[in-house]
Design a binder for this molecule. Structure first.
Ligand code: CU
Length: 361
């Protein structure tokens, strides 16, 4: 393979003959795409760009074509989590009553190193919360007292940094609170984070050890939902954490997904009922790329940024999120059938951030 090609170039020329992602890496130098985008591409890259490989019209076809390049399946059992279950898995912890009548909600979160198959045949030395990526979707109600016992069983120091409102030494920030047992949590140590559930909305937690980008990219993040005190309208609720993996450690992502496994929801569409309210808690945990996005085909949704207000700010089919931005999407599907959703960034979709809803009667 003498000619340098981009990932996109391979799609446009049909050069992908269902190799594994690892093989794909050997023939698709990472810098190729970025050189092409910067105007330094070679002939094949430029040809690919001008022949519509990146066009929106080619999205579905190219996304599916790229899906073929990920042929095979990931050993979900070995990974220890299935995105089809994770998408509706909300961890309410265990509750008890405090003397003042408030609810105390508690979890135990263990950081551990784990080899993870992030695409067929591609293993990744991940760092996880409770053995999964994203970590458990922690769910509480506004005003409750939350207690998270964090155990660091990884070989590296980590923290849990929650987005929310709390005292400084509960912030999981290295250099703040070590005198009270907090701050950076060394391997083998543990710490109890405790604070009130405020404000309601969809938030996230992640490790804040340095170097920050590496600690997040390795898998240490999860969704953190605080329901309004009065609750929300009953709905079929889903959690989608947009993420990716830099499998060759060059500071750029090689695969993209919601809930970690590229194209998982193409092979296993998310089943929903026609006419039923669907609520998506969407979180962008993607490291290295400045923006991510979500687009639904043939439908529109109400969007509640950060989920902190009960009135939507937008009725749309596409939203953009920077890292750590998140929001609540509400929609109903008026038609039965298959409806695609994906990052409205072609490169991300082609490299795994693409799925389907299967709407049933
Ligand atoms: Cu960490």
């Amino acid at each position: 393979m003498a000619r340098k090609m981009t990932r996109r170039g391979m799609l446009a020329t049909g050069a992908v003959a269902a190799p594994t992602l690892a093989a794909l890496h050997e023939v698709v130098p990472h810098e190729g795409l970025h050189r092409a985008l910067a105007g330094h591409g070679d002939g094949s890259a430029e040809a690919a760009m001008t022949h519509g490989g990146a066009g929106h019209g080619a999205m579905a076809a190219s996304g599916i074509a790229m899906h073929d390049a990920f042929a095979g399946s990931v050993d979900l059992a070995a990974n220890g989590f299935d995105p089809s279950e994770l998408v509706r898995d909300f961890d309410q912890g265990r509750t008890s009553r405090l003397p003042d009548g408030r609810t105390l909600r508690e979890w135990t979160i263990v950081a551990e190193d784990k080899e993870m198959e992030v695409a067929p045949g591609v293993t990744y030395p991940a760092w996880t919360y409770n053995g999964r990526i994203p970590g458990p979707t922690l769910r509480a109600r506004q005003g409750e007292r939350l207690r998270i016992r964090f155990v660091n069983s990884s070989d590296h120091p980590h923290t849990m940094h929650f987005h929310g409102i709390h005292p400084d030494f509960m912030d999981g920030m290295p250099g703040i609170g070590e005198g009270r047992g907090g701050g950076i949590i060394d391997n083998g140590d543990n710490f109890v984070y405790e604070f009130d559930a405020e404000p309601f909305g969809v938030h996230l937690y992640h490790c804040h050890a340095m170097p920050l980008a590496a600690h997040i990219a390795k898998g240490l993040y999860g969704a953190f939902i605080i329901d309004p005190a009065e609750g929300r309208e009953p709905a079929d609720e889903l959690v989608m954490v947009m993420n990716g993996f830099d499998t060759d450690f060059d500071g750029e992502n090689d695969i993209y997904a919601v809930n970690s496994i590229p194209f998982h929801y193409v092979e296993n569409p998310i089943k929903v009922k026609r006419g039923e309210l669907v609520r998506i808690y969407l979180v962008n945990a993607l490291e290295y790329d400045p923006i991510n996005s979500f687009h639904i085909h043939a439908n529109f949704f109400d969007y509640y940024p950060t989920g902190t207000r009960l009135e939507p700010t937008e009725y749309t089919d596409t939203i953009v999120q920077g890292q750590a931005q998140r929001g609540v999407l509400e929609l109903r599907f008026p038609y039965a059938g298959h409806f695609m959703f994906h990052a409205h960034k072609t490169e991300f979709a082609e490299l795994g951030w693409l799925g389907f809803f299967e709407v049933e009667e």
